[in-house]
Design a protein around this ligand. Structure first.
Ligand SMILES: [Zn+2]
Length: 452
């Protein structure tokens, strides 16, 4: 069997409408192409990932040059996108190279004066991996278990509505904004939404390609609601103490784009100067906006936007947070990858929240729980654990007085990067929820309700 990247015969000429279970079986064995089920197949064909490790200043300078060329017509770095770096000497820089730009980039790489090469192609053809993921996902999406697959935007909305319809007054879905392209930004409130109840804010999917984050948020929603219905004692006590506001998908335009066009899209999809698209929404919040780890180049992956809160998605989060600020005790935003549980501030080195030690106690407990489940997380100040990045949402939440604020980088640590297999969703969901339970137990004990 020869694997084709094009759809043949074309869907329109297929005379027999295939039965869906039969189609799933064919798809699983590679006998039916995803495009024959109406799924895109051309995403990321020939795209590669190159890892550079500069050991000489000239190499680092060259990486900086290529980085500066994002979006500049005719330049070698025009379409090359930096996933990580360039940072320091001897540090990995991870670069995404579209298929059509590979030859030109490779011939421009300065040759090494050393006996070893300073760069390697880490993924030969990302398109092949994306097609494989699409196939597996198409089969698994037929399961009614929300955590069996990576879900589309529409499936996520349907799930929220279905959940609401089965849990009566105990949960409610709220639209709190509209994306640049007009999609709904929704959150689900779980628990008694009384003015006296402290709120745990959890969001995901602010970066489009980090699919495990929305999947984990959906897992949380599913298990918390199920736990309530079945009178699970830990879930019950969590809900005695807190109301959850969970927004599983903050960047729906970018997310849809990862399904249709480029699996590795990160930003929003707003039109920008110079013909490029999107703002990095996690560099767009209005606290030390424009600082370290952000770019003024609209074509760069970390483009901060033309001003703080230039994006409707970040404005919606800001407005909702400001409205519930006094009730919100914890703000958690989920990303991938890296396995880090972090604490503000991340806008620069050596800046910390006043209550850092207090904020770290439940984080340490969560990390211990994760470790007991076989998953090692790095914890601490976000600039130290990863890198300085100004304009992030957790910094903003801390700046408006939310007592606990965190960015969580979900698994893995780099084997699959953004293409974590669907089969990992239940494990990541389970372990992160177990860690969250421990984390919230600490917060509940340390922050008994004040007498009003
Ligand atoms: Zn992210």
């Amino acid at each position: 069997f020869i694997q084709l990247d094009t759809c043949w015969p074309p869907v329109s000429t297929m005379s027999v409408k295939v039965n869906s279970a039969f189609a799933s079986a064919l798809l699983a064995f590679g006998l039916l192409l995803p495009c024959q089920l109406g799924l895109p197949t051309t995403r990321n064909q020939g795209d590669r990932l190159i890892v550079f490790v500069p050991t000489r200043q000239a190499q680092l300078d060259w990486l900086e040059l290529i980085h500066s060329q994002a979006g500049k017509p005719g330049e070698v770095g025009e379409n090359v996108r930096f996933w990580f770096g360039p940072g320091l000497l001897n540090q990995e820089t991870i670069v995404f190279v579209p298929g059509g730009d590979y030859g030109r980039l490779v011939s421009a790489i300065p040759s090494s004066q050393d006996t070893y090469s300073w760069w390697t192609v880490q993924k030969e053809n990302l398109g092949k991996l994306v097609t494989r993921e699409t196939r597996a996902n198409a089969v698994r999406r037929r399961s009614s278990d929300i955590s069996s697959a990576y879900r589309t935007y529409q499936e996520i909305l349907n799930f929220l509505d279905q959940t609401q319809s089965t849990c009566g007054s105990f949960c409610s879905v709220e639209k709190f904004g509209t994306s640049y392209e007009g999609r709904d930004l929704k959150l689900i409130k779980i628990g008694d939404d009384l003015p006296s109840k402290r709120i745990i804010w959890i969001d995901a999917g602010i970066h489009a390609r980090e699919w495990i984050a929305p999947a984990t948020a959906l897992y949380f929603i599913d298990k918390i609601v199920q736990g309530y219905k079945s009178s699970d004692s830990t879930i019950k006590s969590m809900l005695d103490n807190f109301a959850f506001y969970i927004a599983p998908l903050l960047n729906p335009d970018g997310y849809v784009y990862t399904f249709t066009t480029n699996r590795f899209w990160r930003k929003t999809r707003s039109a920008q100067a110079g013909g490029c698209y999107g703002v990095d929404p996690n560099r767009n919040f209005g606290y030390h906006w424009g600082g370290q780890g952000t770019s003024s180049n609209p074509c760069a992956e970390t483009f901060r936007g033309s001003s703080a809160f230039s994006e409707p998605e970040t404005r919606a989060v800001r407005d909702k947070l400001l409205a519930i600020r006094l009730r919100t005790i914890s703000f958690i935003t989920m990303h991938s990858y890296g396995q880090d549980w972090m604490v503000p501030y991340g806008y620069a080195y050596n800046v910390s929240v006043d209550n850092y030690a207090q904020m770290m106690r439940p984080v340490q407990a969560a990390a211990d729980k994760l470790k007991s489940l076989g998953r090692n997380y790095d914890i601490g100040n976000s600039a130290v654990v990863t890198y300085p990045a100004a304009g992030a949402s957790d910094d903003y939440a801390a700046s408006i007085g939310v007592p606990y604020a965190h960015t969580i980088e979900l698994p893995d640590t780099g084997q699959y990067r953004f293409l974590l297999p669907q089969s990992e969703i239940p494990r990541v969901g389970l372990e992160t929820l177990e860690a969250l339970k421990v984390y919230l137990g600490y917060i509940a004990a340390a922050n008994q309700p004040r007498d009003e």
